[in-house]
Design a protein around this ligand. Structure first.
Ligand code: ATP
Ligand code: MG
Ligand code: FE
Length: 335
């Protein structure tokens, strides 16, 4: 079946179309240029931009796939978590398409979709696998027996998300918002061992993370300097983040005796995280899967991918009165 997925949880209006795990279209409009000068996403501005972008992006995805509305067999949509008003636009649009086309609706979890998307590139997920979800709003280690129906949380950040730490440190360094990609780039010219920044909760025996102490340490360090070599700070900060992330991810694999690790979410686009994870997985005999960077950040294909799994698993479609749930827990795969 052909599944059209709609994503509007933050600033991206994303529409993807898949058949099974074959990606047919992935069209995105972003309102980030409207938020950048505020140093963060402005919810009301994002909602309005989704409203304006929705129809053109859906039509763009159909054109990209060479399909028409009558070819679509099911609609999937991010029902949470995310910005309430932004989610609402996608959910309302998805309900309308579902009703108008007479096809089933699947309300899905954005975080599970960040996991499911890898299948469009690397085929079916091993059951079970360990998934590390690192994004702008979340940092979690998950045991995933079956991404279509069962996601178990093993640990998560107790304060800032990894992406949030990247964005806040970027601001301290005078880099544009969102700062993750800029830190990634700056770090390539710097030394990861130049400054010894703290690794929060590194060996505390939990699978939780903490990044706010690191963020504060970087800010204090920068404040105390006469002049700052941005690449060294970026590289040293980034190393602290990816050192903890990869270490805990492999601890999770060991603890649950799982040999397949997946990394997803926007921070999974980070080049140093990808390299260090590969190095440590090779050493531990763990197979690593990371989607290409364009599938790590928010997009519609990830929603279509999870929707496709729900269809294949025979999951009952969502009712047409499902709400948008801005704080949907990571363990709720679909509603
Ligand atoms: P969530 O998925 O938790 O709802 P989100 O959807 O806003 O949050 P994503 O789009 O998945 O987040 O990820 C965005 C985050 O990823 C931002 O914090 C951004 O800085 C970070 N990011 C993107 N590319 C990189 C990179 N190369 N290195 C580090 N961080 C990155
Ligand atoms: Mg975004
Ligand atoms: Fe996301």
């Amino acid at each position: 079946p052909l599944v059209l997925g709609i994503e509007t949880s933050c600033d991206e209006t994303g529409v993807g179309i898949v058949r099974g795990h074959t990606l047919l279209a992935n069209t995105i409009a972003s309102s980030m240029h409207e938020h950048a000068r505020f140093g963060g996403v402005v919810p009301e501005v994002a909602s309005r931009a989704h409203l304006e972008a929705m129809t053109p992006v859906v039509e763009g995805a159909l054109a990209e796939a060479g399909l028409t509305f009558s070819d679509i067999d099911a609609i999937a949509v991010t029902a949470g978590p995310g910005l309430a008003g932004a989610l609402l636009v996608g959910v309302a649009a998805a309900k309308s398409y579902s009703l108008g086309l007479g096809v089933p609706l699947y309300g899905v979890n954005h975080l599970a979709a960040h996991v499911a998307v890898d299948q469009l590139e690397h085929g079916p997920l091993p059951k079970p696998c360990i998934a590390m979800l690192v994004s702008g709003g979340h940092s979690s280690l998950l045991l995933v027996p079956d991404v279509a129906q069962d996601v178990i949380s093993l640990g998560s950040t107790v304060d800032d998300a990894a992406g949030e730490a990247f964005d806040k440190v970027a601001r301290v360094l005078g880099l544009p918002f969102p700062g993750g990609p800029y830190i990634d780039r700056a770090a390539r010219e710097g030394s990861a061992t130049a400054i010894g920044f703290p690794r929060g909760k590194m060996d505390d025996g939990t699978l939780d993370f903490s990044f706010s102490g690191l963020k504060t340490a970087v800010a204090r360090w920068v404040e105390a300097q006469e002049s700052v070599h941005v690449p060294d700070v970026a590289a040293s900060f980034q190393e602290a983040v990816v050192d903890v992330l990869t270490r805990k991810a492999l601890q999770a694999c060991k603890k649950y005796d799982v040999k397949d690790l997946l990394i997803g979410g926007g921070v999974a686009a980070n080049s140093r995280l990808r390299a260090l994870a590969q190095e440590r997985c090779d050493k531990a005999g763990v197979r690593l899967r990371v989607p290409r960077p364009g599938l790590c950040t928010d997009n519609g294909a990830m929603v279509a991918a999870l929707g496709s799994d729900l269809v294949a698993a025979g999951i009952t479609p969502s009712a047409l009165d499902i709400p948008a749930d801005s704080s949907m827990p990571v363990t709720t795969v679909h509603v």
